[in-house]
Write a protein that binds this ligand. Structure first.
Ligand SMILES: [Mn+2]
Length: 195
C-alpha cells in the first residue's frame, strides 16, 4: 500500500492528513469548512484514495489559511505516498462534465511543480466559501505534491458545479496517473531515470 501521514502545525492551523493511494475512497474529513469537506470527500471517492483529514484552523479570521494549509499537507502526503514513483502511469488527462460545466484537467507527476488554472467563477461565494480559495487550494496542492497541473474550465455557469468539476477532474486524473502500469515493470517513467 502506498500511503503516508503528514502533520503540519503553524500559528494559523493544525492539519493532520492520512492518505492511501491504493484505497477504495473511504474518508473521514473534518476541516471546519463544510464546502472543503465536500470537495475532499469527492476527491478521495473519485481518485479511490483513502483519506483522513483533520484541521483546527483560524476560522475566526476566514477560511483562507485552513483551505491553503489543507492543500499543502495533502500535497506533502501525496508526494510521500508516491515514494520512488516506480511503475506509475505518470501522465493523465480528463474532461469532467458536471451538468452545464465542462472542465479539463491534465496532470504530469513530474517532480516539477507548476499550476495553470484557467477557471473563473461567476459568484464570489459558494455558500460561506470564497470561490477564490479553489485556486489557492490547487496552487498549494500542486506545489507540494510536485506535480505539473493544468486545470481549465471550458464552460460553466454554476459556481458549485465549476468547483466540483475541478476537484473531480483532478481526482480522475490522479487516479490514472498514479496507477501502476505493468509494462513499466517497476521502472521510473522518465528517460532521466528519476522524477
Ligand atoms: Mn456538490
Amino acid at each position: 500500500m502506498r500511503s503516508a501521514s503528514v502533520s503540519r502545525r503553524t500559528s494559523e492551523t493544525d492539519v493532520s492528513v492520512s492518505l492511501s493511494l491504493d484505497g477504495s475512497g473511504k474518508t473521514g474529513i473534518t476541516t471546519g469548512v463544510g464546502f472543503l469537506d465536500h470537495m475532499l470527500e469527492l476527491l478521495a471517492r473519485h481518485a479511490l484514495f483513502d483519506l483522513e483529514v483533520k484541521v483546527a484552523g483560524d476560522l475566526h479570521v476566514d477560511q483562507h489559511h485552513t483551505t491553503e494549509d489543507t492543500g499543502i499537507a495533502l500535497g506533502q502526503a501525496f508526494l510521500k505516498a508516491l515514494g520512488d514513483k516506480k511503475g506509475i502511469a505518470r501522465y493523465a488527462d480528463v474532461h469532467l462534465p458536471m451538468d452545464e460545466t465542462l472542465t479539463r484537467v491534465a496532470v504530469d507527476i513530474s517532480g516539477r511543480p507548476f499550476l495553470v488554472f484557467r477557471t473563473a467563477f461567476p459568484t464570489e461565494k459558494i455558500g460561506a466559501f470564497d470561490t477564490e480559495l479553489v485556486r489557492e487550494w490547487f496552487q498549494a496542492f500542486a506545489m507540494n505534491a510536485g506535480i505539473t497541473l493544468h486545470v481549465e474550465t471550458l464552460y460553466g455557469d454554476n459556481s458549485h458545479h465549476i468547483a466540483e468539476s475541478c476537484f473531480k477532474g483532478l481526482a480522475r486524473a490522479l487516479r490514472r496517473a498514479v496507477a501502476l502500469d505493468p509494462r513499466e515493470e517497476g521502472r521510473v517513467p522518465s528517460t532521466k531515470g528519476a522524477l
